[in-house]
Design a protein around this ligand. Structure first.
Ligand code: NAD
Length: 326
């Protein structure tokens, strides 16, 4: 199975479907990634925050060493976490992440969130997520995005990253960034599903030649399994897998609801990176190009929009909300 690709502003080709590594346990990540490559996945979406870059890299290296794929056929995305936005930390951290993957270079390196947290030495506290300590203290830092972006540009200059981009940015910051970017913003990764369509943001990205990548394509599904502070917004919301509009289209095209959700995105030139630890679903999520919905059908899915965002640190960081989405 070959996945269609999209050309990024950097000139590189990115697969339209990839595999998301958030919540893939590090104990099984190498095996999961290796099996995903066997299934046909070529793009892996990681992050320092996901705590499994080393193991994901191991899975890819195994597939390369067995001759299943070549390095240049694989596309690795990874992200800079919020504690490392300052220039004295960002490049160093990115280079350390690149070493951890062990594949020579990163295909796409993103700023994970447009907000900076106080530096924490990884040798003292690794993978801090949003918190300084075990008491849940959140300490913001004041770092201009331009400072961090210029570090990403240095990574391109030095051959550490082939393409660079951002995640969780909104139109104003994105527009500002494009005014000074020396290397193009190749991709914008955002929460995007029928309950959070953000058509204006998608249009701004497209008009700036920035490829949009959707995360959490199945809406509430990914957040149901999280602790209460993170899952509260899913309460009383019908899952998209049960929604009659999605189910009706799944029946019509003889596909699953997940395939309808992923096809809705890719038919609108939005890349997807679903995550599953289950072999059959892995296969299903990749196999979405055998049918196409009509414009009216795509619109009927877009019309389910509720502006409902699940990944919102202004909501789940209850002791110190960070309102990057207002
Ligand atoms: P997702 O939309 O991929 O959903 C995952 C959930 O859906 C899991 O519970 C999984 O078991 C289930 N699922 C997967 N395939 C299925 C199928 N075919 N049928 C039924 N259930 C299925 O959600 P996600 O993990 O939130 O997002 C995907 C990826 O996006 C992540 O792994 C990560 O790489 C990335 N991401 C990025 C950010 C960011 O801030 N940039 C935030 C969240 C996720």
């Amino acid at each position: 199975m070959t996945t269609p690709t999209v050309k990024l502003a950097s000139g590189e080709e990115m697969p339209l479907v990839g595999f998301g590594l958030w919540k893939v346990p590090k104990e099984t990540a190498a095996e999961t990634v290796y099996n995903a490559i066997k299934t046909g996945y070529r793009l892996f979406d990681g992050a320092y925050d996901y705590q499994n870059e080393k193991e994901a890299g191991e899975g890819i290296r195994r597939a390369i060493s067995e001759g299943l794929v070549k390095r240049e056929e694989i596309f690795i995305t990874t992200k800079l976490w919020n504690n490392y936005h300052r220039k004295e930390h960002a490049v160093k951290m990115a280079k350390a992440q690149n070493e951890t993957w062990g594949l020579g270079y990163i295909d796409l390196f993103l700023i994970h969130f447009p907000c900076a947290l106080k530096y924490i030495d990884p040798a003292v506290r690794q993978y801090p997520a949003w918190w300084m300590d075990d008491q849940g203290t959140v300490q913001e830092d004041k770092v201009p995005i331009r400072e961090t972006w210029e570090c990403l540009e240095q990574l391109v200059d030095e051959g550490v990253a082939k393409s660079i981009g951002v995640s969780n940015f909104q139109p104003q910051l994105l527009t500002d960034l494009t005014s000074y970017a020396r290397h193009p913003v190749s991709s914008l990764q955002i929460e995007h599903h029928p309950y959070l369509v953000q058509p204006g943001l998608v249009d701004v990205a497209k008009s700036n030649n920035i490829v949009v990548t959707a995360y959490s394509s199945f809406g509430p599904q990914s957040f149901l399994e999280l602790p209460p502070d993170f899952s509260k917004r899913t309460q009383g919301v019908p899952t998209l897998f049960e929604h009659e509009t999605i189910n009706g289209l799944a029946k019509k095209y003889n596909v699953t609801s997940s395939q309808v959700l992923l096809r809705w995105a890719t038919q609108r030139d939005v890349a997807v990176i679903p995550k599953s630890n289950n072999k059959d679903r892995l296969k299903q999520n990749l196999d979405i190009f055998g049918f196409s919905m009509t414009k009216e059908e795509l619109d009927s899915i877009s019309n389910l929009d509720k502006g409902l965002r699940f990944n919102d640190p202004g909501f789940y960081l209850i002791n110190h909300p960070i309102h990057i989405f207002a």
